[in-house]
Ligand binder design. Structure first.
Ligand code: TYD
Ligand code: MG
Length: 461
């Protein structure tokens, strides 16, 4: 009889599994993404799961959905509002949360602070580190404040020891810093390899559900922007948070990209200070600090992240190119979207942008993938090209279609109100949105139906 296969192959990008290696993934069509990993051994896993939550066979009857009683999940509030909101209202008991981000962005700092908040509240917390020594942890903790005896720390990388400790200590919350440093001795591969990371995550999921411990797992992000190796990790956990920002800058954004217990796309904004991270309660104000006065190529727009409107400044610089091939670059927005808007300007307004370099940037290092910003991006580019200054109290909202039409966007009222709160007086919005909005006190709503009209309205004083 053929021996059962010990290893299988995975696509790093989408998690597709295959018995043999392939140059191109048949599922997501990416090249060179296949890596070898040990095959899962279901029998062994079952034996191992002393804490397994498997129900007795007899219990698994089907019942009408209408009769299922939903339990309100138990949540622990961290009292760090920005963090609670991203999680959907606090830490859910028995959940497994992956916190991803570039090295040095502040993941350990954030989690140490969360541990402090909840342990001060009387919850038992265990922080397990495989990255640093206990004295390094202490040095960080000293910057943050004083800690209660409810917070235990341990430097360990062997998963067997971690499992025993979690079972014995039964903390309410545990942090694993990081998933790339822990390893299962009975699994092949170095710590951080795809196989190890998957096996360890699977075990943490069992422990979280079986013991009712909320486990936070830190994962470093690779150059390609995925948590080392696997998207596969993302679908194994309940919640995925990414901690982003430019490491030279001081602001940090915590973004929920998956949440089984709340809405995704919620963001929390933090500032890195000498004594740890502090919450930014009014991100719009924060994003607009340092706006240039009387400079062309700058305009404000409003993006909705989750349920929260945030104002952002969009800057564009258009300059005559010295090269045959104009340079284009975008920071914070989709590169292809920028090219599309440039093409609309060329075709519908006759701008000679093929002779110009163009750079577009969203100030503050945020990444926004929302078509509601189209009109503002287009106006910023036009403003720089024509060298006209957009009034400082003007914002623009609207999606731009390929024929140059300006289309409606969602939650327009919330966006306009946010702008009003920050003192903006003029809103350039899609004409189709005017009816729904009728009037908002103190704000001049200017409806436009296409990009030509929008540029004209910007120039009118
Ligand atoms: P860290 O949490 O170690 O990052 P990660 O775990 O994501 O790798 O934090 C990294 C940076 O944060 C480090 O360069 C120092 C800075 N920092 C502060 O500016 N203030 C502080 O209070 C702390 C603790 C760290
Ligand atoms: Mg760290």
């Amino acid at each position: 009889m053929a021996k059962a296969k010990e290893t299988i192959f995975f696509c790093k990008e989408c998690g597709y599994e295959s018995a043999k290696w392939a140059g191109q993934c048949p599922a997501c069509h990416e090249w060179n993404t296949f890596v070898e990993a040990p095959a899962e051994r279901p029998v062994k896993a079952a034996v191992r799961s002393s804490v397994s939550v498997q129900k007795n066979k007899g219990e698994q009857k089907q019942i009408p959905l209408a009769q299922v009683t939903a339990l309100e999940e138990e949540r622990i509030k961290t009292h760090m509002e920005e963090f609670d909101r991203v999680l959907g209202g606090g830490i859910v008991k028995g959940s497994l949360v992956l916190v991803g981000g570039d090295p040095g962005i502040g993941k350990s700092t954030l989690l140490t602070q969360i541990c402090k908040m909840v342990s001060d509240d009387g919850h038992k917390v265990l922080y397990i580190t495989g990255e640093e020594s206990l004295s390094q942890i202490k040095m960080r903790a000293d910057r943050i404040g004083t800690f209660s005896d409810n917070l235990l720390v341990m430097a360990e990388t062997d998963l067997d020891v971690i499992e025993e400790t979690l079972s014995a200590e039964q903390p309410e919350i545990a942090v694993i810093d990081s998933i790339q440093t822990v390893y299962r001795p009975d699994v092949n591969g170095a710590p951080g390899s795809l196989g190890q990371v998957r096996e360890c995550t699977a075990l943490f999921m069992q422990l979280a559900k079986g013991l009712g411990i909320s486990i936070f797992v830190v994962g470093h992000v690779t150059k390609e922007g995925v948590v080392a190796g696997p998207r596969t990790l993302e679908h194994m956990v309940d919640t995925v948070l990414y901690f982003e920002g430019e490491s030279q800058g001081t602001y940090r954004i915590l973004r929920g990209v998956k949440n089984r217990f709340g809405s995704t796309n919620e963001i929390g904004v933090f500032e890195m200070r000498a004594d740890g991270l502090s919450e930014v309660k009014n991100p719009s104000e924060f994003m607009l600090i340092g706006r240039p006065e009387n400079a062309s190529g700058s305009i404000v727009s409003c993006s909705v992240e989750g349920t929260r409107p945030i104002l952002v400044e969009i800057q564009a610089l258009v300059a005559r190119t010295a090269l045959g091939n104009p340079r284009r670059s975008s920071t914070g927005i989709d590169y292809n979207r920028m090219n599309l808007l440039i093409a609309v300007l060329e075709k519908r307004l006759g701008f000679q942008l093929s002779e110009c370099d163009a750079y577009v940037n969203i100030v503050g290092g945020v990444k926004i993938n929302e078509t509601a910003l189209d009109l503002a991006i287009l106006i910023a580019i036009a403003s720089s090209y024509l060298d006209i200054v957009v009034d400082a109290d003007t914002i623009a909202l609207g999606e731009v279609g390929l024929s140059g039409e300006v289309r409606n966007v969602s939650m327009i009222e919330a966006r306009v109100n946010e702008a009003k709160k920050l003192g903006f007086k003029k809103c350039i919005i899609p004409k189709s949105a005017l009816q729904a909005l009728r009037s908002i006190d103190g704000v001049n709503l200017v409806g436009v139906s296409d990009v030509k009209e929008a540029i004209r309205k910007v120039q009118e004083k």
